[in-house]
Design a protein around this ligand. Sequence first.
Ligand SMILES: NC(=O)c1ccc[n+]([C@@H]2O[C@H](COP(=O)([O-])OP(=O)(O)OC[C@H]3O[C@@H](n4cnc5c(N)ncnc54)[C@H](OP(=O)(O)O)[C@@H]3O)[C@@H](O)[C@H]2O)c1
Length: 226
Amino acid sequence: MPTAVITGANRGLGLEFTRVYLAEGWTVHAGCRHPTKADALRKLKGDLHIHPLDVDDPKDAKALAKSLGSEPVDLLLNNAGIFGKRDVPLGSLDYGEFEQVLKTNVVAPMRLAEALIENVAHSKQKKMAFVTSRMGSITMNAGRQIPYRTSKTALNMAVSCLAIELRPRAVTCLLLHPGWVKTDMGGSGAAIEIPDSIAGMKKVIDKVSLDDSGKFYDYQGQAIPW
Ligand SMILES: NC(=O)c1ccc[n+]([C@@H]2O[C@H](COP(=O)([O-])OP(=O)(O)OC[C@H]3O[C@@H](n4cnc5c(N)ncnc54)[C@H](OP(=O)(O)O)[C@@H]3O)[C@@H](O)[C@H]2O)c1
């Protein structure tokens, strides 16, 4: 059976991704900041390996790569992300937090992608999926939430470059918008239930081929304008 690495696996979208892949019989290497506190994750059944992974910490990414060794990774799912403070008016932006949002949402997924390139390139499916957001679309921009929007736009560019660089190695790199989902980040007023978002994104991940590499899709498989 195939193998996935999933970040931010202790709650929200990452937890459901992990549950669904395990239920299909995949081996899942699930990363989270505090494994001993990840009760919901630890309760999941299947071939689950939990790794301490603060995606901001280069040492953790290195340790994960080391513990995987040459194990093929069919799917790297870079899911972990933060929003930062909401609705901060212009004139009051917190630049420390702005840097943190860029670090977690852009630098960290790139670092992990680089660390695991060989594992993915030596797998059967050779896929990397990055959970981005429609809020990173410049075409659809409605303003506000500058750090988060900027981070997802930057992630989109980083993954577009990665897709070009990895095409000769037949690695498919995908950008996925989960919809507005009822997680801690999306809030209880969000439009979509977690299982519906994950089922949709999984269908897109299953279906894509190298021709889709570098594309930006929502959870229903619709292309999103840059
Ligand atoms: N929900 C939505 O409506 C929505 C819409 C568009 C895009 N997204 C994207 O979907 C992804 C998942 O979001 P979600 O809705 O599931 O959010 P969430 O419920 O807030 O969960 C975020 C996850 O990311 C983890 N995380 C944050 N910083 C981390 C770090 N430095 N190292 C390791 N893990 C870290 C969290 O771990 P801790 O528990 O340790 O904090 C948690 O597991 C994010 O990339 C988000 O931007 C969500």
